[in-house]
Structure formats: structure tokens, C-alpha cells
Design a protein around this ligand. Structure first.
Ligand SMILES: [Mn+2]
Length: 301
């Protein structure tokens, strides 16, 4: 039986609104262990990484010479430890499931997942997360993890550059609807498999997700699935830091996660950007647990 190893990464260094650091607690309280058990998998919980409070740190201490990246030093420290946990879980035969925290933790998940294998990634997100310290409008690293893992711009001089061995051809982004100009240029020019909400409207979530999983898994050992809850419409998932109208529905989200399971290439996963301070009765966290269960094989019949 598959064992899912839960690893909490309670950060909010990369987000512009406080509260996502409570995500791991909210997702566990929302019924994660029971939902995963109902998918027929074993569950082991590694607890949370210890994360110093942002108030105790200088946000600019680790910023690059040029550009803006708040709490980059703290983010690097958490991601280094998360990468070790993710790679350790895989080494013992478990499937790591990281709980954010803001989306900057994906750097650690990607690096850890790729330590002993080649990987692709599928990004279920309203945003492209391809900004760099020189293109970011906000300085928030949760908008940069894909750029960091690819070693773009200032990230070329970090330990992450190429550590995940990712190529744009093995990165699929699904559900895009808020993309900055510099990100749009990268998406057009670098060979990413990028699907906007319009693609989902036109071709359906089934076809789009099947294509995304196929692109991400082509020629590599496995796929990291990164699920930012702001991928869903804010009516379904109000408890996120950066909601964008026009996202996927409850049904589309479940169908996409079922296809993740059917593709049989899932190597590691994360649930990020749940913000309980903005949620309604923890429903976004509970939805995250349901979607994880679908991705790990839960079916109606
Ligand atoms: Mn994101």
C-alpha cells in the first residue's frame, strides 16, 4: 500500500498577507488524515518544519544586489530543510505531501523530489509564479518559485539553479488567469505547456489535464504536482491570499485530481496558499484535503 508522508511547512515569508503560515494546521484540522485514508493509502505525519516568525527577521537581509525578494534567506533555509524531508520520504518509499505555507516552499519540494530522479511539474494555479527579483511587482517570493527552480535571472547564483533539473518543456501550468508581462513572455517563448482558463473553457478540464500530465511526465521519472488553492474560483476557495475571479469549479478541480491519479506518474505533491484567516469555516482547507484524496486515488465507486 502506498504511504503518504505529510510534511508541514508553515511559512508566510513569500506572501503579502499574513495567515498562510497557519495552513498546515487548518488542513490537518480540515480532515486530511481521514480523507487520505478514504483514498486507500497509509498516512504518516512528519509534523511541521520549525519556521522562525517573520517579525523576528529582516525581510531585506537576503535580497540580491539587484531586484527585490523579501525574506529570501529565510525562504532558502526552509526550502533546504524541506528538500531533505521530501527526498528522505522518497528514499524510504513514501510519497511526500508538503503542506504550505506560501508557494515559495515549492522550491524545496522540487529540489527534494529531483534529488535522485528526473522530474517534471504540473502547476495548478491562477498565477505563473515565474517572476524573478528583477521582474516582480511585489517582491513576494511566492510569485517566483518556478523561476527560482529554473535558475532564471538572479536565481542563477543560488543553490537551486538547475538542482531540480527542470526544463520548461516538462513544466505544465493549468488554469492561468493572472500573468504579469514578463511571465507571459517566458510562457510564449520558452516551451512551457501553458493552459489558461480559456483553454479549459474551450477544451474541457479532462483533455487539458491529460495533456498537462503527459507533457510533464515525458521522458522523466515522475511528476511533482503543485496545487495552489487560488487555482479554484474564489467562490469555492475563499481562504487564499491572492484570489482571482474566474477559476476552476469544484467539479473541475476534482476531475483534474482524478486525472493526476490516472496518469500514474505522481511522485510528490504539495497543497499551498491556504489562508485560514480569510477562509469561511475552514472550507478551503477542507477542500484541499478532498482534492488531495482524489489525486491519491479516491473514487466514488
Ligand atoms: Mn502560486
Amino acid at each position: 500500500m502506498t504511504t503518504i508522508r505529510i510534511i508541514g511547512a508553515p511559512t508566510d515569508y513569500g506572501a503579502n498577507r499574513r495567515g498562510v503560515d497557519m495552513g498546515p494546521s487548518a488542513i490537518r484540522y480540515g480532515g486530511l488524515a481521514a480523507e487520505l485514508a478514504s483514498a486507500g493509502v497509509d498516512v504518516a505525519d512528519a509534523g511541521d518544519l520549525s519556521v522562525p516568525r517573520a517579525e523576528e527577521r529582516d525581510p531585506d537581509a537576503g535580497a540580491p544586489e539587484t531586484g527585490d525578494a523579501k525574506f529570501l534567506r529565510e525562504t532558502a533555509d526552509v526550502c533546504r530543510r524541506l528538500a531533505d524531508e521530501v527526498s528522505g520520504s522518497l528514499g524510504e518509499g513514501s510519497v511526500p505531501l508538503a503542506l504550505g505555507g506560501d508557494h515559495s516552499i515549492a522550491i524545496g519540494s522540487l529540489v527534494g523530489s529531483a534529488r535522485d530522479a528526473t522530474i517534471g511539474a504540473v502547476w495548478f494555479d491562477a498565477h505563473a509564479d515565474l517572476n524573478t527579483p528583477s521582474t516582480t511587482p511585489s517582491g513576494n517570493v511566492h510569485g517566483m518559485p518556478l523561476a527560482a527552480a529554473l535558475g532564471l535571472d538572479e536565481f542563477a547564483n543560488t543553490p537551486w539553479a538547475n538542482a531540480a533539473g527542470l526544463t520548461p518543456e516538462n513544466i505544465a501550468l493549468v488554469g492561468l488567469r493572472s500573468v504579469d508581462d514578463a511571465e507571459a513572455a517566458l510562457l510564449r517563448d520558452r516551451g512551457f505547456a501553458a493552459y489558461t482558463m480559456a483553454d479549459i473553457d474551450e477544451r474541457g478540464i479532462t483533455t487539458v489535464t491529460e495533456e498537462a500530465m503527459a507533457a510533464a511526465s515525458a521522458g522523466v521519472d515522475g511528476v511533482h504536482v503543485s496545487l495552489d488553492l487560488d487555482w479554484l474560483d474564489p467562490n469555492e476557495a475563499p481562504g487564499v491570499g491572492t484570489p482571482v475571479r474566474g477559476g476552476v469549479t469544484y467539479r473541475e478541480a476534482h476531475r483534474a485530481m482524478e486525472i493526476v491519479d490516472e496518469a500514474a506518474s505522481l511522485r510528490s505533491m504539495e497543497l499551498v496558499e491556504v489562508n485560514p484567516t480569510l477562509d469561511r469555516h475552514n472550507e478551503t482547507a477542507a477542500l484541499a484535503t478532498e482534492l488531495a484524496a482524489s489525486a491519491f486515488g479516491k473514487r466514488v465507486i
